[in-house]
Design a protein around this ligand. Sequence first.
Ligand code: HEC
Ligand code: HEC
Length: 302
Amino acid sequence: MAGHNPWPDEGNTGHIWDEDLRELDNPPPLWWMLSFYAGFIMIIFYTLYYPTIPLTNNSGEFTKGLTGWTAIEEYNEDFQVLKDWRVAKFADKEEQLAAMSVADILKDDDLRQYAVATSKVLFGDYCAACHGAGGAGNPSFPVLADDDWLWGGNIAQIEASIKNGRIGNMPAKGMMGNLTDEEIDSVTDYVIALSEGKANDASFAAGKAVYAKGMCLACHGPMGKPLAPAGAANLTDQVWRFSSDRQTIRNVIAHGVNVKKNGEYIEGTRQAIMPAFKERLPNADVNVKRLAVYTHQLGGGQ
Ligand code: HEC
Ligand code: HEC
């Protein structure tokens, strides 16, 4: 290969393949050399300018660079710019939310949609733990995405539920607390019959009498449907606040809901408390309204 070089004067290295493929010995072009040296200069520049070299003492420290620049600071600054932009962009709408009543917000399509769109994260952070994602409910926590309301489903009632909280009260063993075990059994059967639309069957007459004796109707209405929303459950539908099995229903009747004695819950009573959010929510003046509008459109707002 090297012994025979048919092109001795062209400055090749003497390496020839496939008879005529030669390696030449030209200097690189000037532009290439300049970029090459510029690269070295940039390395020195970057090393001095930016945080670069980890220190060897395992402290997690590194050289800080001449300006103290860090990526996280730049990110935070950019993020702040974005936040400021959003605040400025939506300032009008936020002011309107603060100034208007929930009823008026509901009538204003644009504002209503804005309130709903900006509620999702808030609902996830403050409500979903109890009420489930999208208000789908959880055992012992009411569904918000249906039209079965304990405390009323118009926008003002929903707002009041969120703002001031709600505590349902049901006495144990009837209004006077004087129902016997037997009576509790028969009224339990009557309540189940109510939910199945069979309450008028003669076989539930005894339970019906207990329903009257225990004054259940004062809260649950004469036919198992509360006359006005004041926290009592509708007993005529298949929506159960706690559970649909007979034992749970009987327990509610026997031990009541949120029944306290000497400041302590009695054994077996159901605890059902909706906390007041006027102090828990950041920026509560606006956020309670926002969430009321959001909850109202989940499914059953009236
Ligand atoms: C710690 C659990 C908990 C959290 C958190 C919670 N709730 Fe409730 N909420 C309840 C309970 C329990 C009830 C039912 C009260 C009752 O039985 O009387 C309730 C009732 C309600 C009601 C009334 C429902 C009806 O049928 O009338 C609304 C509206 C409501 N919650 C909205 C919200 C919103 C919006 C949030 C978030 C800001 C929220 N809740 C956060 C537990 C919670
Ligand atoms: C002072 C009002 C009051 C009286 C009286 C009352 N209840 Fe209730 N009842 C309530 C409230 C409030 C709830 C709980 C609603 C909630 O927190 O979800 C409730 C819940 C229930 C439940 C559970 C419903 C469900 O969906 O899981 C049953 C069953 C029930 N009551 C039956 C009765 C019977 C039977 C009587 C009479 C012996 C009675 N209640 C008397 C207020 C009352």
